[in-house]
Design a protein around this ligand. Sequence first.
Ligand code: NAP
Length: 490
Amino acid sequence: MVELTKPRERGRMAEPDLLVSKAFIGGEWVGTVAAPIEVDDPFTQDVFAEVASVGREQTQAAVDAAERALPGWASKTATERGRVLRRWRDNLIEHKDDLAALITRENGKTFAEARGEVDYGAGYIEFYAEEAHRARGETIPPPAPGRRLVVEREPVGVCAAITPWNFPLALLARKVGPALAAGCTMVAKPSELTPLTALAFARLGEQAGVPKGVFSVVTGEARPIGDVLTASPVVRKLSFTGSTAVGAALAAACAPTVKRLSLELGGNAPLIVFDDADVDTAVETALVAKFRNGGQSCIAANRIYVQRGVLDRFVSAFAARIGAMTAGDGFDPASDIGPMIDDRTLLKVDRHREDALARGARCIVGGASPGGRLSIPTLLADAPADALFTREETFGPLAAVVAFSSVEEAIRLANDTPYGLAAYLCSSDPATIDRVSRRLETGTVGINTGAVATPLAPVGGVKLSGLGREGSAHGLAEYQNLKYLCHAGL
Ligand code: NAP
């Protein structure tokens, strides 16, 4: 067990046992085999915990354990699997504040947002506890008498999950829920920036009765762990959430063993505000879509296109709200956003702001980073359509507005990206909403809302934003193979 450096001041936990420093492999807690991972607090920048770093051998042990556990788990009834998942969900909710404290401590997001993430992640476990029952097959009218054609759903088998730091609990839960509900077993590798949340999640699963080997968490250097998971012929699926570059490399590494893939990759979401939009709704949409998790979200509105007729009203109302926001310690209730996860992310926000300003944008509120890892909520107007932020994900609290004139121009600008994860549009005209939402090349469209995330709906990308869907019945199907049974001589 590790000690928080200043547990009383920052993120005191009711159950200190949830601060786990060991990897969870085949139902055993395994200590470090290399220099441990130093987990820092993005606000204080102090290292406050050390977590086990394991390598190839331990990852292989986790895969072996998942293989051994598979027949027993897959042969349980959906009701039995659902009961375990349900207990896990209840444990997550019961320990919401402790989990949120860990998330805020290692990720930096505000405690209120971290509590919301626990609810959101637990919602996936809850949904799939139920959805396990609805994994129905099919019978097909036969092409000839005496035959019966049946389609059954089988678990894919041993699965691997690799997850990022920005939603360390929810993005793991939305893989684990459907995998375990389908009867698969799973080995997960969380980001080394945020391993503690995943380990606490695993401990609560262990306490819920997840059998040994059904779920393991390997923490350590990404490359050796990824090499074992992608090369193993036993691992039949990889579900990855993270950057497009890493996702594409992992997909290539999975090719020789022809694994199933779910890739939830980078986004570069446009938000389009049309002249007929309700300005208050548009501002609310933009605030949620842009500033969730301090802008460090794959579905963050990265490019804000506003039609000229509503431009001034939108910019001034948006500026008033952004100007009232505070960046600070995630544990301070007065903070609207926490610090950036690391210096690289902070510097990228600065680079995007300076680039847009150099190309003629005007800073309306906010500006340069004040120090530490804080980035101030900032609004730029008159940004050009070719600024750097329109090409790359900013992943920070920089909102930059580009003006447009016609609906066709907005659609062209919105689709002028190799990414296709999410888009948002604000309009009160059903014809515009219909026309534009159908033509946006994305997996999700938020219409007059920035709050689109729910376990009930399928999310995922098109183009370079990925393959497959998470959430809803479609998310369960990602962990199932269809088997066609052809009975003759009946
Ligand atoms: P990242 O660098 O791709 O890392 C994601 C995960 O992959 C981390 O666990 C990382 O481990 C691991 N990883 C990196 N290189 C690896 C390798 N060679 N082998 C195996 N694993 C490897 O992404 P990030 O910067 O953490 O996350 C931000 C990106 O994720 C953004 O592009 C964002 O849009 C995207 N994202 C997408 C979604 C979605 O649903 N589509 C959701 C959230 C985020 P370490 O951290 O330990 O290096």
